[in-house]
Design a protein around this ligand. Structure first.
Ligand code: ASP
Length: 331
């Protein structure tokens, strides 16, 4: 896997040490008005994903096509261990995928607990376009995908299987495996992508294999409209990565968009959503959450709990990996 650390962040920001009552650090410095198009996505696997999205955006295409094409890149890359093919399996050794997509008209599609399909984002798009529903899950989602021409593939790679076997041996209590010690920054890195095209249309996509060695049946925030992703064509979009349970409990992406609607910059809105988690969820310090947001002016921003989250950015002037500002100091 290409390590996130192997990328040199083009812009490194000072991390603020912040208690809940401390003065809010103004991160408006991160906020920049851009010419359209703009694409941003989570983590370093966002860099090649943005390039695929950019091909569509620079030729005047729709942001919906761009985000789908973009996130398909890590979905199809077996070396990205947190998305699509090559993803870390659940505790029983199955790779189960979650994804969703949303456009500027408020149309949305989602799949959860999908097995055997490399590109869940494209199935989610079909759910949006071909059904009266928003979300299909498990066997129903798989049947829908197969009925619509997707083919079954083996998602568990040899390497991931070996690691899973080793992990399984080490577990004392097989059912007791979900705690933060098992959640490292390398086993839960969803790609969330937001793009605004030349015509100012904003779309988003989010896709993941979820938390590594999760309990069988577990679905995280990523395919939940409003949690892992939300887009409002009049305001902007937001997407999340990290411990999905915290994002679900605070409906994070919806919150970010609503805060932008009320006038906050993307950076400030992401910061407020992280602060909401800090206020409401005990032990939040042991988790990572990263939000990114993009508004209809093409302004973008991010915020995270712990230092170490970054996002990939591409505009007509910039191609870079940016370190997100963090709520807690790096220990
Ligand atoms: N949010 C994802 C989940 O909880 C994992 C991640 O983004 O790292 O399934």
């Amino acid at each position: 896997m290409i390590s996130r650390r192997s990328f040199i962040a083009k812009s490194t920001l000072v991390v603020t040490g912040a208690g809940l009552n401390s003065k809010v650090f103004s991160n408006s410095v991160l906020q920049s008005a851009s010419k359209f198009p703009v694409v941003i996505s989570t983590w370093n696997h966002g860099m090649p994903a943005n390039e695929a999205a950019w091909e569509i955006l620079e030729s005047g295409g729709h942001s919906l096509d761009a985000v789908e094409a973009g996130v398909r890149v890590p979905e199809g890359d077996p070396n990205v261990i947190t998305v699509g093919k090559g993803g870390i399996p659940d505790a029983s050794g199955k790779v189960t995928l979650d994804a969703c997509i949303m456009d500027e008209k408020g149309r949305a599609g989602s799949v959860t607990y999908l097995e055997h399909i490399v590109h869940p984002v494209s199935v989610a798009r079909l759910v949006m376009e071909k059904t009266p529903h928003v979300m299909l899950s498990g066997k129903g989602a798989l049947k829908f995908a197969l009925d619509n021409g997707f083919s079954k593939e083996k998602l568990l790679t040899k390497k991931r299987k070996e690691e899973w076997k080793k992990w399984k041996k080490e577990q004392k209590e097989f059912s007791n495996q979900i705690n933060i010690e098992n959640v490292t920054e390398d086993n839960h890195d969803t790609i969330g992508m937001l793009a605004i095209d030349e015509q100012g249309r904003i779309s988003g996509a989010c896709t993941t294999s979820g938390m590594g060695y999760k309990m069988p049946g577990r679905v995280g925030d990523s395919p939940i409209i409003g949690a892992g992703l939300f887009v409002d064509g009049e305001v902007g979009g937001a997407t999340a990565t990290g411990s999905g349970e915290l994002v679900m409990k605070t409906l994070g992406s919806f919150l970010v968009v609503e805060l932008m609607r009320n006038g906050m910059s993307p950076s400030r809105a992401c910061e407020e959503a992280v602060k909401r988690i800090a206020k409401k969820i005990p032990n939040y310090q042991q988790h990572q959450i990263g939000y990114i947001a993009l508004n209809t002016k093409g302004e973008y921003g991010s915020f995270c709990i712990n230092a170490g989250f970054n996002y990939a950015l591409k505009t007509p002037d910039k191609t870079e990996l940016v370190d997100a500002e963090a709520w807690l100091k790096k220990l």
